[in-house]
Design a protein around this ligand. Sequence first.
Ligand code: FAD
Ligand code: A2P
Length: 272
Amino acid sequence: TVTDPRPATLPQATLPDAQTVTEVRHWTDTLFSFRVTRPASLRFRSGEFVMIGLPGDNGKPLLRAYSIASPNWDDGLEFYSIKVPDGPLTSRLQHIQPGDQMILRPKPVGTLVHDALLPGKRLWFLATGTGIAPFASLMRDPETYEKYDSVIMMHTCRERAELEYGRQVVENLRADELIGEMVEGKLHYYPTTTRETSDRMGRITDNLSSGKVFADLGLPEMNATEDRAMVCGSLAFNIDVKAVLESYGLTEGANSDPREYVVEKAFVGEGI
Ligand code: FAD
Ligand code: A2P
């Protein structure tokens, strides 16, 4: 007989809201992405998040908020995740493999959606770390390019390897037969590192307030008439970026009150 060497932590086919893992990719020792089947009933707006997880030791589901990283036209669902060494969920989630089941509550919510912004000319996606996940969805949504002349993806991490997932999303998007053409000349990708030397460096806040990113990309200074922004990072990052956006005259919006920028936390806590 052939036995499965993996621990039997995942009871098969008995979970409520169960979905099957179809692909797993590890990017660094702290970052991985995975794809799961999409419930037929799940409709979402690119940029929203859902609760996903695994059965806990006490039998109750252990769930956490996760941005859907795939666009809404995709048949499957993609997620991009941190691995927190002692994290209740990710210490286990990092070991999932194709064929495993996980829990996905099909109730998408969130503020990083087109509906929460007033129409504009340029859309800025500002992310640190796993905060790029909602923008991996929005960057791959044709609606983004229908609504804006330019889309600027600023992603900042400490080291180059942490930028790789986002870099490949952009590369594959540019090579895509259908969306590649829409993206051409519109999508500006501006990745930076802060602790390892790379072609472009510096915090998003510094590159925005010094005007460096506008000069590098040949864009006018950010202003409330033409520019819109979506922000996703740590609490400290979000607070500091908000101050920079407000200094350019942008104000914060919400689903019920669309304005010039919207913010969501990439996670709760100080980060790993
Ligand atoms: P937890 O007990 O949840 O977290 C332990 C500690 O790890 C936290 O206090 C924090 O200090 C740190 N931490 C947690 N998540 C992160 C992170 N993403 N980056 C850096 N440090 C972190 N996480 C993702 O990996 N991908 C996502 O797409 C994602 N989307 C989210 C969307 C929202 C709206 C929110 C509120 C959170 C999101 N998170 C995301 C965080 C996620 O919900 C969990 O916190 C994370 O999966 C870790 O779970 P855990 O149980 O292992 O540890
Ligand atoms: P830095 O290396 O200068 O702290 P972390 O890994 O701590 O979550 O940070 C992810 C990235 O976000 C790092 O490049 C970090 O830069 C940057 N960052 C962290 N906090 C802020 C902040 N308050 N404002 C701007 N960038 C930040």
